[in-house]
Design a protein around this ligand. Structure first.
Ligand code: PLP
Length: 450
């Protein structure tokens, strides 16, 4: 089993979520990563959809070294620093109109947490203290901290902490592809969006502060994309009830879908945006909340934002973030994510024709997923005991490809896997990736009798 630690590795003092142990990463370059035994695999999930510009980019490493020679830490209460200033300026230029304030953090959970706390402090500052509920979707994942978990729709992660946090109201994620009614996709989009209005009315509009969603889903839903009609209707409902719209772009942002923000595909106008993952692209931990002055100013005027992290705006992380942005812009990585993403999507659709247990292929750019089903008519999921989501990852790894998978979908359990290679991937490397996927699916079909 190649995705096991090398024989003879001593017991570890480290621990993560489970007892599983993995090989040591030795080095990485472009779309490839090598383990301690010299085995090379394609990083087909960019880690956890993080390493958007590929591994070992020499220009990013050079920029980081230059910054290291100057200063690696300057505390924000004592000094401002140039990379943070410049990165905030560049990011503001990439955001929807009016989103001109940037609050740096070190990861996705912190970015989401910051959005929730700024929203709440704004409501208090403008005399709307009754608003505190943040509606989100089920399933969804918004992070590991208790605030971000409260809006996460993923029972196994949230249940152990319920006495410590107030679980927030949820609406169903827009799994229109599963519906077997007579409605068109666009009508279904409106139906799912209207669930927000129903929930707001049920909760009491004066108690609702915000609605948080991923414009294009991440691992919890497998790149779930709503019908086009969903997005403007959500904005309309938020406006009608004075609710802030928070876009969690931690996975869909930083260019992965072929536009800088996932929400840019529909010109959404969110009130707050959480970014991370591809922002530092694995070169440094980095995240950001983006907000408009109209929300930030009342909070600052009322005494300040009661929130902050020691590593916020770290000069080294921001220098890495700037160099990552240069790569995206100078090498047209958004264009490449669109072009190569279309190619990969076509290939996945071809695999769905060959393997009938693939029931849906979805996503945009290089945030793509495929879902397993038992029956195309009913879209019934594969039985849980088959453990298909885990087997597909293990077989792919043995064959030299990392992919990412989960067993969750709107309301019921289902298996999906994501293929999200770095945005620098070439058509030849796509062919190599798809070749491994095809043989993986053939082995899975034989093993599970599909
Ligand atoms: N939000 C989304 C959509 C994510 O996919 C993730 C991580 O996977 C997070 C938030 C949390 O980010 P982090 O793990 O960096 O705290």
């Amino acid at each position: 089993m190649p995705n096991q630690p090398a024989a003879g590795r001593p017991a570890s003092h480290l621990f993560y979520q489970s007892r599983l142990r993995r090989p040591l990463a030795s080095h990485a370059e472009g779309i490839y990563i090598w383990d301690e035994t010299g085995r090379k695999v394609i990083d087909g999930s960019s880690g956890a959809m993080v390493v958007n510009i590929g591994h070992g980019n020499p220009r990013v490493l050079e920029a980081m070294k230059r910054q290291m020679d100057k200063v690696t830490f300057a505390y924000r209460l004592h000094f401002e620093n140039e990379p943070a200033e410049e990165l905030a300026r560049r990011l503001a230029g990439l955001m929807p109109e009016g989103m001109d304030k940037v609050f740096f953090v070190s990861g996705g959970s912190e970015a989401v947490e910051s959005c929730l706390k700024l929203a709440r402090q704004w409501a208090v500052a403008v005399g709307q203290a009754s608003r505190y509920k943040v509606i989100s979707r089920f399933p969804s994942y918004h992070g590991s901290t208790l605030g971000a978990l409260a809006v996460t729709g993923y029972d196994a992660l949230t249940a152990p902490f319920l006495p410590m946090m107030q679980a927030m109201p949820k609406i169903k994620a827009p799994t229109a592809y599963l519906d077997r009614d007579n409605l068109s996709m666009e009508e279904r989009g409106l139906k799912y969006a209207d669930m927000l209005e129903e929930k707001v009315l049920a909760e009491g509009p004066e108690s609702v502060l915000a609605f948080i969603m991923e414009p294009i889903g991440g691992a919890s839903t497998g790149a779930l994309t709503a019908p086009d009609s969903y997005y403007p209707r959500i904005r309309e409902i938020c406006d009608r009830y004075g609710i802030l719209l928070i876009h969690d772009e931690v996975m869909s942002g930083a260019g992965r879908t072929g536009k800088y923000l996932g929400g840019d595909h529909w010109n959404c106008n969110p009130d707050l945006i959480a970014l991370s993952k591809g922002l530092g692209a694995g070169y440094c931990p980095l995240g950001a909340m983006i907000a408009p002055s109209r929300l930030v100013q009342p909070v600052l005027d009322a005494g300040g934002f009661a929130h902050g992290y020691t590593y916020a705006g770290n000069p080294l992380a921001c220098a890495a973030g700037l160099a990552v942005l240069d790569e995206i812009e100078n090498h047209d990585l958004l264009g490449n994510a669109t072009r190569v993403g279309n190619l990969l999507r076509q290939e996945l659709e071809g695999l769905a024709e060959r393997f009938p247990f693939i029931g849906d292929v979805r996503g945009k750019g290089l945030l793509l997923a495929a879902e397993f089903i038992a029956d195309r008519e009913t879209m019934a999921p594969l039985p849980k005991e088959m453990n298909a989501y885990q087997r597909v990852v293990d077989i792919a790894y043995e064959r030299g490809l990392i992919i990412y998978s989960r067993r969750t979908r709107g309301g019921t359990e289902g298996d999906h896997f994501l293929v999200c290679p770095p945005m620098i991937i070439t058509p030849e490397e796509i062919a190599e990736t798809v070749g491994i996927l095809e043989s993986t699916l053939a082995e899975l079909a034989a093993e599970l009798g599909l």
